[in-house]
Design a protein around this ligand. Structure first.
Ligand SMILES: Cc1cc2nc3c(=O)[nH]c(=O)nc-3n(C[C@H](O)[C@H](O)[C@H](O)COP(=O)(O)OP(=O)(O)OC[C@H]3O[C@@H](n4cnc5c(N)ncnc54)[C@H](O)[C@@H]3O)c2cc1C
Length: 399
């Protein structure tokens, strides 16, 4: 049996961004869509996501996009038609900073509240009630988002695709795209590893960090690198289920509860990134990393003395030079890129899908607070990176 030989839109990559795009296209009436995934749906960065949902971004459009995510995740059962939901846990989101970053935190909270995000400053007494096991002494200020929390990127990715399929989208797994086909300076389809070709009116490249190699073949330079990130699962030795997500921008770590009662502990120190081959990197956490992470955790949580490492794994962020995504038309007509999510791609995925669908259908964003220009590929060549107006001195990685 042979597969389809053409589609109005071919999406390369069955991660959460490709899936959200497929669903958004059906909402725009574009249903002749084919998603091509080289392995299985959600098997890339999506399957390793920590799933944290927060709107605390200095870049306004990202805060708005994350807020779109909050609304979708909260009402996913109805909107996506998944009665069991997508695993979103609205436990709240807390971020704490040191003295040098207190003014920036207040500015970021005001800016986010100004575009409709439910966020506010929180005082130490309130935070101490939410996380009684924590030593909060070296924090100077906190922000709180009652609608934040964490979700399950893998389940959400499948839910987007289930909704997309109901709209007519086709999905092929085990379908590796080896080449984007062009006619002059226009993308006209893709070639698969088995030699077959699929014609397309538009090709959306949403293949995570692997997008760069495919784009390079047609002369499009995507500045993407794979940054290895290590995640620890710890047994806290005390009940912590339902506690809010905490971004500790002093200790440069983040953590959130798991439904199992464990805690997921991630790294927020990007001062010495580990650039790796995304197809060949160490899967578990390194012993020296575990030692550092355990030290940071112990400093923050003296009230959890019986913590023990349960397991660990590693994944890769697909990182751009400004740690913000590329959601953009390209110099090749009919080729649109959605890649380089740099560790933020879960929470903003629904807005990413809508923006890509807008680019496919209208060539521009339909959302006044999410300008397509923010995410244009050309910003790197123009030396005009997308940066926060209120960056953190002590935690530069928080965008
Ligand atoms: C450890 C970790 C923690 C994270 N934590 C968070 C978080 O807390 N909150 C948050 O918002 N985001 C987080 N993220 C980021 C978020 O998970 C990603 O930005 C998002 O999942 C990226 O989705 P994607 O669809 O762009 O890429 P991917 O999920 O990588 O999907 C790309 C897909 O393309 C396929 N592919 C590749 N090449 C080809 C080809 N030639 N032909 C066909 N298919 C191909 C791959 O197999 C893959 O399935 C985290 C990421 C990691 C790794």
């Amino acid at each position: 049996m042979s597969g389809p030989a053409s589609a109005e839109v071919v999406i390369v990559g069955g991660g959460i961004e490709g899936a959200a795009t497929a669903w958004a296209l059906t909402s725009r009436g574009v249903c002749d869509v084919l998603v091509l995934e080289r392995a299985t749906v959600g098997s890339g960065g999506t399957g390793r996501s920590s799933g944290i949902v927060r709107c605390h971004y200095g870049v306004r459009s990202l805060a708005v996009m994350a807020w779109c995510g909050v609304r979708l995740f909260t009402h996913a059962a109805e909107i996506l038609g998944v009665p069991g939901g997508i695993g979103f846990e609205r436990v709240g989101y807390l971020v704490g900073v040191g003295p040098r970053d207190a003014a920036a935190l207040a500015a970021n909270v005001a800016a986010a509240a100004g575009v409709g995000v439910d966020t506010r400053l929180a005082d130490p007494a309130e935070v101490a009630e939410l996380w009684p096991e924590a030593d909060l002494g070296d924090f100077a200020a906190f922000a709180y988002e009652p609608h934040g929390g964490y979700g399950d990127a893998y389940r959400t990715c499948h839910a987007y695709l289930a909704a997309a399929r109901r709209g007519g989208v086709r999905v092929r797994q085990g379908a590796t795209v080896v080449r984007i086909l062009t006619d002059g300076d226009r993308a006209v389809g893709v070639e698969l590893a088995d030699g077959s070709r699929i014609a397309a009116g538009t090709v959306v490249l949403a293949a995570g960090v692997w997008s760069a190699a495919l784009a390079a073949q047609v002369g499009v330079d995507l500045p993407l690198r794979a940054q290895r990130e290590q995640i620890l699962l710890v047994t806290p030795g005390a009940p912590v289920a339902g506690r809010p997500v905490l971004s500790d921008l002093v200790g440069l770590q983040y953590l959130r509860p798991e439904r199992s009662g464990e805690l997921l502990v991630g790294n927020s120190d990007h001062s010495r990134p580990q650039w790796v081959d995304p197809d060949d990197y160490r899967a578990g956490a390194d012993p020296d990393y575990v030692e550092t992470a355990v030290g940071r955790f112990a400093h923050r949580f003296p009230g959890l003395p019986d913590v023990a490492l349960a397991s660990s794994y590693a994944g890769c962020y697909d990182v751009t030079p400004d740690y913000n995504p590329i959601i953009s038309i390209t110099p090749v007509d009919g080729l649109i890129v959605a890649a380089g999510f740099s560790g933020h791609g879960f929470k903003i995925s629904v807005a990413v899908g809508e923006l890509v669908a807008d680019l496919v259908v209208d060539g521009d964003s339909s959302h006044p607070l999410i300008p397509a220009a923010d995410f244009r590929l050309s910003r790197f060549a123009e030396n005009a990176p997308l940066v926060s107006p209120h960056p953190y001195v002590g935690a530069g990685q928080m965008r």
